[in-house]
Design a protein around this ligand. Structure first.
Ligand SMILES: Nc1nc2c(ncn2[C@@H]2O[C@H](COP(=O)(O)OP(=O)(O)O)[C@@H](O)[C@H]2O)c(=O)[nH]1
Ligand SMILES: [Mg+2]
Length: 208
């Protein structure tokens, strides 16, 4: 039984990643992807999403209390729990969620948005005192990267290096990087599949 915590600054895509995973399970896609296994959702709680109205624009939601998903591997009957707290470290109730989940989770995934500066995104981790010795990194919003394939590759290599350095200073080893796109978008199916595969790799301990 795994307990996985998805951490990351506001708007990097924690809630969306979790929702995409649920979607893969509910639409029976997860057993069909490479590395997929049949699963079912036992519980999902996105009640902590609070709608934020903006004057002229679409509006968005902000995670107040942690999102939670429990799913079961059909073959073995093993259940796994996924948590994604909010990312707004300036609000006490959200901060409490971050700290609690960081202590409960046995595996932590740090999410980063590839289209936003890293520096701001690191700040959240300064808050978490109890971190495991290893962390997994999800580089999300791959679809928003600009440039040629070569340019993207170079940019990602640089980002990986900076993230590895940051955690190394805190004596945390980055064990694996994943690259994802958490919204359905043409041309990015492999990166959508990576969302589901990442979670399975982690809960099934497939990363050596
Ligand atoms: N283009 C793109 N948008 C994304 C992706 N993942 C999340 N988003 C969008 O980014 C915004 C913030 O996502 P959300 O899951 O609420 O972030 P959270 O604060 O980390 O939970 C939402 O508008 C999402 O639709 C992605 O991979 N690509
Ligand atoms: Mg959220």
């Amino acid at each position: 039984m795994a307990i996985l915590g998805l951490m990351g600054a506001m708007n990097v895509g924690k809630t969306t990643v979790l929702q995409m995973f649920v979607d893969y399970v509910e639409k029976a896609k997860i057993g069909k992807i490479k590395g997929g296994v049949e699963c079912r959702i036992e519980k999902q709680d996105f009640k902590g999403e609070s709608a934020i109205e903006v004057e002229d624009g679409e509006g968005f939601t902000k995670t107040i209390t942690p999102n939670k998903v429990v799913f079961v591997e059909e073959k073995t009957g093993t259940s796994h729990t996924l948590f994604a707290p909010g990312g707004d470290r300036d609000r006490a109730v959200i901060r409490m969620g971050i700290i609690t989940i960081s202590r409960i989770a046995r595996q932590i995934v740090g999410l980063f948005a590839l289209d936003q500066p890293l520096k701001e995104q690191f700040k959240l981790y300064d808050l978490i005192r109890y971190m495991p010795k290893t962390i997994y990194i999800c580089l999300n919003k791959y679809d928003l990267m600009e440039g040629s394939e070569d340019e993207k590759e170079a940019k990602i290599a640089e980002i990986k290096e900076k993230i590895t350095e940051y955690f190394k200073k805190r004596r945390i080893t980055v064990k694996e990087f994943f690259q994802t796109c958490a919204i359905e978008k043409e041309g990015f199916k492999e990166y959508n599949d990576n969302v589901a595969r990442m979670i399975l790799d982690l809960v099934l301990n497939r990363i050596k």
